[in-house]
Design a protein around this ligand. Sequence first.
Ligand SMILES: NC(=O)c1ccc[n+]([C@@H]2O[C@H](COP(=O)([O-])OP(=O)(O)OC[C@H]3O[C@@H](n4cnc5c(N)ncnc54)[C@H](OP(=O)(O)O)[C@@H]3O)[C@@H](O)[C@H]2O)c1
Length: 333
Amino acid sequence: MMTRLLGSTGPRVSAIGLGCMGMSDLYGPADESEGIATVRAALDAGVTLLDTGDYYGMGHNEMLLRDALKGRARDNAVLSVKFGALRDARGNWTGIDGRPASVKNFLAYTLRRLGTEYVDIYRPGRVDPAVPIEETVGAIAEMIKAGYVRHVGLSEAGAETLRRAHAVHPVADLQIEYSLFSRGVESTILPACRELGVGITAYGVLSRGLLSGHWSKERVLPPNDFRKYAPRFSAANVERNLALVETLRGIAASKGVTVAQLAIAWVLARDNGFVPLVGARTRERLAEALGALELQLSADDRSRIEAAVPPGAAAGERYATQLMATLDSERRS
Ligand SMILES: NC(=O)c1ccc[n+]([C@@H]2O[C@H](COP(=O)([O-])OP(=O)(O)OC[C@H]3O[C@@H](n4cnc5c(N)ncnc54)[C@H](OP(=O)(O)O)[C@@H]3O)[C@@H](O)[C@H]2O)c1
C-alpha cells in the first residue's frame, strides 16, 4: 500500500483512507454486515486510515467500526474521529458544540463505543462559532497529554482558524471537501496548509457519488439521504453535472480505468499532501476505489482532465445554503 505523511506532525497513513459515514447514515440504506466486511477488506488491503464521526448514525458508525476491528491489531488502524455535531432522536441536526467540557465528554463516549484506549486523530466536525477555536483545540491538547488522543485534526476550517488552532497545538490534517467539482480550497486554504505543514484528508472526492460514473438522474433518494437536498443533485443541476462526468468517462476509457478511479487518481496526483477519503460502503466499491492507486496520471492526462472539468464547472454549491453558512471554510471575512 502506498503511504503518505499527514502533514509534518501527523501519522503516516495509507494514501487512500476509508470514510465510514455512509455505512451508517446519510447515503440511504446500508448493509451493516457488508460495511464491516468492507472495513476488514480495507485493512487487509493495507488501508490504515479509517474516518468516522460520533454523530454518524448517532454512535452507530463507531460501534460498527468496533465490531470490524475486533481481533485486529489496534496499531494497524489510524482512527480519525469527528465530534461536535448535535442531533436529536430523529436524527435532526440541532447545533454544534465545541466547548472544552463537551469535547472531553464526547471523547469519553467515543472511546467506549469504539472499544479503544485512544483515538489517533480527534477533530471538531464543524468549527463552533460560539467557542474560540483555541479553547476547543486546547481541550484536545489536554486529552493528548492524558494519552487518550494522538493528534489534533480540523474539519472544514478556513485558513485563519487553522492558523489560530495550529498556534495552540500542531494540527495534523484538515479534513475538507476536494474534488474536480470542489476546488475552493486551492485559493487560500491549501497554501496555508502547505505553509504550516498541515495535511489534507479530502472528502467528497467522488462528489458523494455524483462523480463516480455510477450515478443516474433517475435514482430515487429516501428523505434522510443528504443528496436529496444537495444542490448539485437537484433536478436543475444534475443533468449538467452528469454531462461533465460523461466527458471524464471518455478520458477514463482511454486510460482503461473507471471514472471513479480517474477522479480519485486526480486528487492523489494534485498534491502529495492530499489523502483522499473514499466513501465505499461495499467491498466491490472499495476494490474499484483502491484501483486508483495503480493509475499514474501524466501532466498531459491532468491537463485533459482539468480541461474537461475546469474549476467552477459543476452546477450548484456543494451544500445547501443553510449548511454552507455553517462552514468556517466558506466564511468570507
Ligand atoms: N468532514 C466532513 O465534513 C465530511 C463530510 C462528508 C464526508 N466526510 C467523510 O468522508 C467520507 C467519504 O464520504 P464522501 O461523501 O466524501 O464520499 P464519496 O467517496 O465522495 O462518495 C461516496 C458515495 O459514492 C458512491 N460510489 C460509487 N462508486 C464508488 C467507489 N468506487 N468508491 C466509493 N464510493 C463510490 C457510493 O455510493 P453507493 O454506495 O451507493 O455506490 C458512496 O455512497 C465519509 O465517509 C466521511 O468519513 C467528511
